[in-house]
Design a protein around this ligand. Structure first.
Ligand SMILES: [Zn+2]
Length: 388
């Protein structure tokens, strides 16, 4: 008897305590919450897959409210906002994530990266650059440097671009040599425009060091020498350029001809331009050849301007060559030349003699009552493109 009473005295408070605890924890409600968070999540996912982004956002917001600790839901929501062009909300979601003390290093970098992308999309390039800079040393290191390089190039901040590209090159992610050479060329031209010739020369030297055979630093250096009246140096630089990139001659042809004449290299230049004209007919080479012809002694036997223009037109029936023939003295206008001019004009006119659908832009050599592109009726005007 004593024994039972003792147990009753001890057991009663324990039973009360359990009852109290049980009343505080509503098992059913707890289970429901656990079930509902994933339900809203899957609902959002389903809507996403059906391209119903507005409803997906609502579902995700609901899921995030129910379960504010889930980082993945925040990422999904932030990316959705960004993709829909709601950059302010995307920024807020990602900043909110970054403020959380319990976020791991990997998720923190991921949120920082997402934030940088938000800023790029929103056109806040300064803040994007800042956000990307914070990613140095994380898993997004290379990605953030590449993004910073393209941001710097977009902002025409060539100094930063050169620095970032040099670091990328040092990290072994590929060759950035010609790109760095372009950055220094831009800096050199900027310095020249500002009247700082020392800085211009220095930047150009760095461009040539970065990529010794890249064409642009050679061209910029040759033009600089030519401007200073140093024709010998300029001709040597152009000759070096043509060794590595002969196809670029049309770009520099007239300056090349001028410095050749001024440095006593007319014959060598004529041979080079003549060879190039045969391989790569071009009106720019034709003009350079005329300059070089004009520098020869008067009695020298060279083709006249009209003959040169006609042979160019024959090799390459372009409108520019036809124009050169029409611009040359007319006495030599034989039948061949006229036939070539006609051919060049006909070739150039062909794309303009088509009909174009007013609804979809579909082009065809003949008129259609029903457009084969958009299947619209009566969408082709009665006039050809050229006459519109
Ligand atoms: Zn159409």
């Amino acid at each position: 008897m004593d024994f039972d009473l003792q147990w009753l005295l001890i057991g009663l408070p324990i039973a009360f305590a359990f009852g109290w605890i049980a009343s505080r924890i509503d098992i059913g409600q707890w289970k429901r919450a656990q079930r509902e968070a994933p339900k809203a999540y899957f609902q959002g996912l389903n809507l996403l897959l059906n391209e119903q982004h507005d409803k997906a956002i609502d579902a995700f917001i609901e899921a995030v409210q129910r379960d504010p600790d889930t980082a993945d839901l925040h990422f999904a929501l932030g990316n959705l906002f960004r993709r829909r062009g709601e950059f302010e909300r995307a920024v807020r979601v990602h900043q909110h994530l970054l403020q959380r003390a319990d976020l791991g290093a990997a998720d923190r970098a991921r949120a920082q990266h997402a934030l940088a992308q938000d800023f790029v999309k929103a056109g806040l390039l300064d803040r994007a650059e800042e956000a990307y800079r914070e990613l140095e040393g994380t898993d997004f290191d290379i990605e953030s440097r590449l993004a910073r390089l393209s941001l710097a190039e977009r902002a025409r901040d060539w100094r930063t671009a050169a620095d970032v590209a040099a670091k990328l090159e040092a990290s072994g992610t590929g060759s950035y040599a010609t790109r760095i050479a372009h950055h220094w060329c831009e800096l050199s031209l900027q310095a020249h425009d500002a009247g700082d010739e020392t800085a211009a020369t220095d930047a150009l030297r760095r461009a040539r060091e970065a990529a010794p055979h890249a064409p642009r630093p050679l061209i910029v250096a040759a033009r600089m020498a030519s401007r200073k009246g140093d024709a010998v140096v300029a001709f040597a630089l152009y000759s070096e350029l043509l060794q590595h990139a002969p196809a670029l001659l049309p770009l520099v042809a007239s300056d090349y001809a001028t410095v050749a004449i001024n440095s006593g290299q007319t014959d060598a230049a004529r041979a080079t331009v003549q060879r190039r004209l045969q391989e790569q007919p071009s009106v720019d080479l034709l003009h350079a050849m005329r300059l070089l012809d004009g520098a020869l002694p008067a009695q020298t036997d060279v083709p006249d301007a009209s003959e040169r223009a006609q042979s160019l037109l024959h090799a390459q029936p372009t409108l520019s060559a036809a124009l050169a023939v029409l611009d040359a003295p007319l006495d030599a206008h034989d039948e061949h030349a006229l036939r070539d001019v006609r051919e060049a004009v006909a070739r150039a006119a062909r794309p303009l003699q088509r009909y174009r659908c007013a609804a979809c832009g579909f082009e065809a050599p003949q008129h259609f009552w029903q457009c084969p592109g958009c299947l619209g009726w009566d969408t082709f005007p009665a006039q050809r493109i050229e006459e519109l």
